[in-house]
Design a protein around this ligand. Structure first.
Ligand code: PMP
Length: 366
């Protein structure tokens, strides 16, 4: 077994690195949580202890994201992928097509689900430029009568990220924030619904966080399956059925870690520094390059390649990086290349270790 000192630098896109103090705290509390004589995994989701835990998670999320009482915070299952279906099932209004801005694989998946239960329009798409940039404002045509506008704030696979969000002129904006939630300050009041699988910036996989304006949670038909109505989970405080209790507990620890680190603005500054350090280094390199247009580059998922798109060399890079204690650097199977995910819990130390490795690899293979 590896000791803490032997932990590797983990650049996985998700599930991904968690803050070490969080893992240590979870280990300390594992067998006997706050002297209740059992683990969080073993306690009823209706116990007093768990009431406190889920309240801690919700309070922490509300504080870190600045979520007002006009919004419900829900802890669901089914991953972000279930939200691709739940959002249109609950929020689509007949005769008012959803406006989608298509920016990669994950909006593509959302569109497939939307098409089954609603009408939609492509209000913008990056497909013709292979998703190497987001649609420019003048390429986006929004319909003021849409049920909602759908985007993904960060595109985990292509490595693009919305810097500022489209002005939807009062139409609810819905965003998949799986890969950049809590990474920067956002104005939640601009959104009708935000969702994120936990496994990047919130905690372990198995929990999906949904932040939804309360009036929208009530929009869905009561004929939908009860588990697929936002209303059900809002009315039952995410405990209509058994929620993923251990994941919710881990998320509480992550929220409290964030607050100790100085909150989302401090985390955002750190994320900026990590991303700048890595992109600046890639940009001055004659060996590597970043395929994404600069203004749209993600601060969470840094996509890069070896010049000439040399796949064999990229595979070698991934193998040798792994041996050097840097894991998870292979690009997504659908696009190839290389990718370093540098979520909130990633350290500048890890980024610098990656740069050192990249230099060494270039020296030997350039
Ligand atoms: N959306 C985005 C932006 C993602 O990065 C991912 C997973 N990497 C998903 C959706 C799918 O999430 P899940 O596996 O939780 O369904």
């Amino acid at each position: 077994m590896r000791t803490v000192q032997e932990r590797i630098f983990n650049f996985s896109a998700g599930p991904s690195v968690l803050p070490l103090p969080v893992l240590e705290r979870a280990r300390e509390e594992l067998l006997n949580f706050e002297r209740c004589g059992m683990s969080v995994m073993e306690m009823s989701h209706r116990s007093r202890e768990f009431d406190t835990i889920i309240a801690r998670t919700e309070t922490g999320l509300r504080k870190n994201m600045g979520i007002s009482e006009d919004y419900a915070v829900l802890f669901l299952q089914g991953g972000a992928s279930l939200q691709f279906a739940m959002a249109p099932m609950n929020l689509y209004v007949k005769g008012k097509p959803i406006d989608v801005i298509h920016t990669g694989v994950w909006t593509g998946r959302a569109i497939e689900e939307m098409a089954k239960v609603s009408e939609y329009r492509l209000a913008g798409s990056g497909e013709s430029v292979k998703f190497r940039r987001l649609p420019q404002p003048e390429e986006i045509k929004l319909n003021p009568n849409a049920s909602y506008v759908y985007i993904a704030s960060n595109n985990t696979i292509f490595g693009t990220q919305w810097r500022s969000f489209p002005d939807t002129l009062g139409v609810p904006l819905v965003s998949d924030m799986s890969s950049d939630i809590l990474s920067r300050r956002i104005d939640v009041s601009r959104f009708g619904l935000v969702f994120a699988g936990a496994q990047k910036n919130i905690g372990p996989s198995g929990v999906t966080v949904v932040v939804i304006r309360k009036d929208l949670a009530d929009r869905g038909s009561k004929n939908l399956p009860v588990m697929l109505q936002y209303r059900t989970h809002m009315e039952h405080g995410s405990r209509y059925n058994t929620p993923p209790t251990f994941g919710i507990y881990m998320a509480a620890l992550v929220m409290e870690w964030m607050e100790r680190e100085g909150g989302v603005s401090a985390i955002e500054a750190r994320n900026e520094e990590k991303a700048r350090t890595l992109y600046d280094w890639i940009d001055q390199s004659g060996f590597y390059y970043g395929p994404v247009e600069r203004q749209d580059r993600s601060r969470m998922n840094v996509v890069f390649r070896i010049k000439g798109d040399k796949e064999d060399l990229e595979n070698k890079f991934v193998r040798e990086a792994e041996q050097a204690g840097l894991s998870g650097l292979k690009g997504h199977r659908s696009v190839g290349g290389l990718r370093a995910s540098i979520y909130n819990a990633q350290t500048l130390e890890a980024v610098n270790a990656l740069i050192q490795f990249m230099k060494e690899f270039e020296r030997k293979n350039g």
